[in-house]
Write a protein that binds this ligand. Structure first.
Ligand SMILES: [Zn+2]
Length: 612
């Protein structure tokens, strides 16, 4: 079946095939030398787990290069299965800060020959650093020279042209120039930091370009870091013989991601259990659970004790879901079948890298199935044998918090004698203060006796927020209340303000963004939510939520945030960590604010069922 080919960069991902997990000891062979005696992903998972390996010249240290050349090339050195392809590149990321690449083109050609690669990428320089135009021209000149050498020499590898650009149209023009030189194999670079829209546009433009050129043989995407963009690359498959990409994201996530670091083919991401130090009793308990000697309740009790001791009890809902579902028992990969529960224990190279190999296996299966590549973190909502029988995760979070931040919107209703205010303003020839913050000093002089702290000025729905803050304070918690004010931007409830008449309601998105920019709202919010609050509660209508900009993204990613927001605001957001209560209008928003208050004021109130 024709599909995207997955290439794994070679970064010495090696484990000990005969590692003793019980005594945590390496085998003698491995200790003699991991390059020779260690196991790579294909040694454990077979020759279909990936489609090839990318080896970068700049990443090979002198010692390793000697060993590779001594073995008669990288294929022998890696013991790479015959059906896997070997791609060589220069590893331009390593020398991105240098004025020029540290190699000559003939040197690179020589390296590729001696390494024995199947494809060699031309000597390139990443245009995001230094002078983009110069770097793109240099990359092109190198490609022209290397093509001449390649045509006149007797090289066994295929030369693949590096295509670089800043904008989408640069890539297409660059590719066209290279095509006219004679290239039919292309390696697209500079994708690491691109967003989804850019990748979509780029793939469409490249597809359009190759549509009429049926002799284009291969398009490779270099250094793909975000898994979600990978399915987009397959658009090219209809017009090109072979489309490949290299990525180590799914491998490295096994130990770089805090939660959701063990993937399954049904789109779930479980969290491996961290066991630190010499807590061998915990490791034993996990193994006994795997063998069916301990029950789920028993192993959770042991785990809870351990996590409390090391201050990591917040992982328990993730671990409990993992132990409840036992996904490693359902995986068909040779690693899960042989090492069992150790693959989901976060501890040391031999467990963590094996979990990474398993993730690559799962990823490849999904890629072949053509299904959506998306993983949802799994955790339980209700912990078994928890301390507080009547409280759930959200109420526990509220009750345990000692520093609380509440962010809400300004309200139409102000606690002020409007008749008196209007008369006074009229007598001075002034209108009601609204968005005209530039006249603040004038107004302050005139309306001095009507000014009061924001927390007292706002009426209407703000009353519910005030009651929530009160409930927290009664429990001895420190609460900061901030208001997004249409006149002032972000203000503390303690700030003394004028009565005014302004709202973001009804403004269009551009107007809201301009307003937000003018008042520096996003930056101020980012500072505020970055402070060490235990809980952050945000209750906002649509327009005010939009005004938060990136700060809202940040909040959606915080597991101590409780967000009461309309559905339309978060519709296209993935991987939400915050606790979200969907509230389309004022009534629903008030309902949830009151529920939070009630949960604080009485026992036995649960909240999790109201979460998204
Ligand atoms: Zn597995």
């Amino acid at each position: 079946m024709k599909g995207l080919k997955l290439i794994l960069p070679d970064w010495d991902d090696i484990v000990d095939a005969n590692y003793d997990f019980v005594n945590e000891k390496h085998s003698e062979g491995y200790l003699k030398g991991r390059y020779m005696h260690g196991a790579r992903i294909w040694d454990l998972l077979g020759d279909e787990v990936i489609d090839g390996v990318l080896i970068s010249i700049s990443a090979i240290k002198r010692d390793k290069m000697k060993k590779i050349l001594g073995a008669g090339g990288a294929r022998n050195f890696l013991r790479l299965p015959g059906k896997m392809q070997l791609i060589g590149d220069c590893g331009a990321w390593q020398y991105r800060d240098k004025d020029a690449p540290p190699y000559r083109v003939d040197e690179v050609m020589d390296y590729y020959s001696r390494l024995g690669v199947d494809y060699g990428v031309t000597l390139d320089h990443i245009p995001f650093f230094g002078n983009p135009q110069e770097r793109m021209e240099l990359t092109f000149r190198n490609a022209v020279e290397m093509y001449k050498l390649w045509r006149s020499g007797n090289y066994k590898f295929t030369l693949m042209a590096s295509v670089q650009g800043i904008e989408v149209n640069h890539y297409v023009k660059f590719m066209d120039k290279l095509y006219n030189v004679g290239y039919r194999h292309f390696a697209i670079g500079g994708l690491a930091k691109r967003n989804t829209d850019f990748i979509k546009a780029l793939v469409s433009a490249l597809t359009e370009y190759v549509r009429g050129r049926s002799d284009v043989e291969k398009v490779h995407f270099l250094g793909v870091t975000r898994l979600s963009i990978i399915p987009m690359l397959s658009e090219l498959l209809n017009h090109v013989n072979e489309v490949s990409f290299d990525s180590s994201a799914m491998l490295r996530m096994a130990w770089t991601r805090e939660v959701g670091n063990y993937l399954t083919t049904n789109g779930k991401a479980y969290t491996a259990i961290r066991v630190i130090g010499d807590n061998h009793d915990v490791l034993n308990a996990l193994r006994l659970y795997d063998k069916g000697v301990l029950s789920l309740e028993e192993v959770i009790a042991i785990l809870r004790n351990y996590l409390t001791k090391v201050g990591q009890v917040h992982y328990l809902p993730y671990y409990e879901a993992l132990l409840r579902d036992t996904p490693w028992k359902k995986c068909s990969c040779a690693i899960c079948r042989t090492v069992g529960i150790d693959v989901v224990i976060f501890r040391g190279n031999d467990r963590n890298r094996r979990r990474g190999f398993h993730n690559v296996y799962v990823f490849k299966r999904l890629l072949e199935s053509g299904k959506d590549i998306r993983f949802i973190n799994v955790k339980v909502n209700h912990s078994i044998n928890g301390d507080e029988a009547a409280s759930d995760e959200l109420t526990t979070l509220l009750k345990k918090a000692s520093r609380v931040l509440i962010i809400t919107n300004c309200t139409d209703e102000k606690n002020v004698n409007w008749n008196a205010v209007l008369n006074l303003l009229r007598s001075r020839g002034l209108k009601v203060p609204s968005f005209d913050i530039e006249l603040e000093d004038t107004y302050r002089e005139v309306l001095r006796r009507f000014m009061k702290p924001a927390g007292e000025m706002y009426g209407g729905s703000f009353r519910a927020v005030r009651n929530l803050a009160k409930a927290f304070r009664r429990l001895g918690k420190q609460v900061d209340v901030y208001v997004i004010s249409a006149r002032y931007g972000l203000i503390s409830e303690r700030e003394v303000i004028l009565p005014y008449n302004a709202t973001l309601k009804g403004l269009d998105i551009d107007a809201i963004r301009n307003w937000s920019k003018r008042l520096g709202l996003e930056r101020r919010l980012m500072e505020l939510v970055g402070k060490p609050y235990d809980v952050i509660i945000v209750a906002l209508p649509r327009e005010y939520a939009i005004a938060m900009g990136y700060a809202l993204r940040r909040l959606l990613n915080m597991d101590n945030a409780i967000l009461i927001l309309p559905k339309s605001i978060i519709e296209d957001v993935k991987d939400i960590k915050a606790k979200v209560m969907l509230a389309g209008g004022l009534t629903a928003r008030l309902k949830y604010i009151k529920r939070l208050t009630k949960a604080l004021n009485s026992t036995g109130v649960t909240l999790d069922r109201w979460l998204l």
